[in-house]
Design a protein around this ligand. Structure first.
Ligand code: AMP
Ligand code: ZN
Ligand code: FE
Ligand code: FE
Length: 301
């Protein structure tokens, strides 16, 4: 059993990277990817802990790309080299844009009578990157909303009165960023794009493949059996890697459990084997491109 979609305190998960890896061992996962929103700050500590206990580990990220006025497109990047200069610079730009946006949302919320401060929100983030889910939790804690969905629907969802936009990459630039950092780009949870039908998803995927997309998240905690089967069929038809994970956020999304989602997920280990294979091929291809010598006995990749 594996899980290739998880969040830590580096973004909006409730477990630290180390705690996440410990839990993964406790429940018997054979491999895990950490995929925080727009940051890789959780990767190094998670990798160190995974190495310590001998668990297969994939460094990852989940980038929120520009999509429609109602939502964003999430693109997962696996095996990214988080130290890549272009990659780091781009993430810094996204972080900066988030830092500028957050106080503007506080002002709008205050004007709307929601009396919370930036400190209240930062407190919810526990040292990690501050996002709208932390705004929602501060609003609940202070008694202005009863639930996360109420906070979003009434105030901070895209299109709601206290929402402030921030810079986002286009899907093409997100895919490009991941590829430039040596990673494997995968479209996350396509159902959240709310496309009218399977045909529309297929043409979107074809377009994204032209831009460098390599995989599709077919196993997802909220997928029905039918949605899972449809995604698997599309991935096979288009020659995309089949990927999957629970979107684990710890107690910030309490119904979703690591590895099993709502209880019955069990992503085959073969998914991770194929992902490793795809990454190895990318690495070899790029070495060939750079004219480096590849021998069966090394270099180690
Ligand atoms: P941010 O990156 O700070 O703009 O926050 C984006 C995150 O907010 C997403 O990754 C989701 O976890 C969460 N989110 C976005 N829209 C909604 C919504 N309508 N209801 C609940 N959570 C949402
Ligand atoms: Zn999240
Ligand atoms: Fe997502
Ligand atoms: Fe996620």
């Amino acid at each position: 059993m594996i899980d290739l979609h998880t969040h830590t305190t580096a973004s909006d998960g409730s477990l630290s990277p180390e705690e996440l890896i410990s839990l993964a061992r406790e429940i018997g996962l054979s491999g895990i990817a950490v995929t925080d929103h727009d940051t890789t700050d959780g990767v190094a500590p998670a990798r160190a802990e995974a190495e310590r206990i001998g668990m297969l580990f994939v460094p990852g990220i989940e980038i929120s790309a520009e999509y429609t006025e109602h939502g964003t497109m999430h693109i997962l990047g696996y095996f990214i080299d988080e130290k890549n200069g272009y990659f780091e610079e781009t993430l810094l730009f996204l972080k900066e844009s988030r830092r500028e946006r957050n106080p503007k949302m506080i002002t709008l919320l205050n004007e709307a009578g929601v009396d919370i401060t930036m400190d209240d929100v930062v407190e919810e983030a526990g040292g990690g990157q501050v996002g709208r889910p932390h705004f929602a939790r501060a609003m609940i804690r202070k008694g202005f909303c009863a639930s996360t969905s109420e906070a979003f629907d009434k105030y901070i969802a895209k299109g709601a009165p206290c929402y402030v936009n921030k810079d986002r990459l286009t899907p093409k630039d997100s895919i490009d960023l991941i590829r430039r950092a040596g990673g494997v780009p995968v479209l996350a949870h396509p159902k959240t794009l709310k496309l009218p039908g399977q045909k529309d998803l297929k043409s979107l995927l074809k377009d994204l493949v032209k831009k460098g997309l390599m995989g599709l998240e077919c196993y997802y905690f909220s997928n029905s059996k039918e949605e899972e089967a449809n995604s698997l069929a599309l991935a096979r038809e288009l020659g995309l890697l089949i990927v999957g994970g629970t979107d684990f956020h710890g107690k910030n999304k309490p119904k979703v459990r690591l590895g099993v989602g709502l209880g019955n997920m069990n992503i085959p280990d073969e998914v991770l084997d194929n992902l490793f294979g795809a990454h190895k091929k990318l690495t070899i291809d790029s070495m060939v491109e750079k004219g480096k010598e590849i021998r069966p006995d090394g270099p180690k990749i």
